[in-house]
Design a protein around this ligand. Structure first.
Ligand SMILES: [Zn+2]
Length: 178
């Protein structure tokens, strides 16, 4: 995998009770659907009906296996089917929120990638890797506390560690980077 090619490192990262309740197959189908939706969060189904989902994610043969997982997603209101499309619920809303955060933090795509690369694509606080949890780049000393966008003030963190430090700044000595 080339990380430069990935548009989204962070996606729907909150472990809500609804998410936790999904089976492994449903979780994995949802993540694959997210990779294929358009800007409005939709996949047009075409002539195959619901089987069009399997076509969209590149596994047309797998629909019989995917159908129960898809029904779980429908039941949990993760997706809805309307007008010949599957649509991810609140997709645009979630994108807007992400964009806002991005503008506020002002950490450009390239800078973020450099920091992630420097940190070995691991959370500097707990060492987790992006195949286990989504990673983001954030300020060590928050902007509100006078922290800037210099690389020394940026660190790769998983969502959990990042939200844990939201109220208090972590000093660079706490980082555990040796
Ligand atoms: Zn972490």
């Amino acid at each position: 995998m080339r990380w430069e090619d990935e548009n989204y490192v962070k996606l729907y990262t909150r472990d809500t009770i609804y998410w936790i309740a999904l089976s492994y197959d449903a979780k994995s189908l949802f993540l694959q659907i997210l990779r294929k939706v358009d800007r409005r969060g939709e996949i047009a189904l075409g002539r195959c009906g619901l089987g069009g989902i399997a076509v969209a994610i590149g596994h047309p043969e797998a629909w019989p296996k995917l159908e129960p997982a898809f029904n779980e997603l429908l039941g949990g209101n993760f997706v809805v089917v309307r007008d010949g499309s599957v649509s991810v619920v609140d997709f645009q809303e979630s994108q807007r929120r992400k964009k806002k955060k991005y503008i506020r933090s002002g950490i450009g795509k390239r800078l973020r990638f450099r920091v992630m690369k420097r940190d070995g694509f691991r959370c500097v606080y707990c060492g987790t890797t992006p195949d286990l949890k989504s990673l983001l780049v954030d300020h060590v000393v928050p902007v509100a506390g006078g922290g800037g966008n210099e690389e020394s003030n940026l660190a790769t963190a998983c969502f959990d560690c990042n939200s844990g430090k939201a109220t208090s700044a972590i000093s660079p000595q706490d980082l555990g980077r040796h």
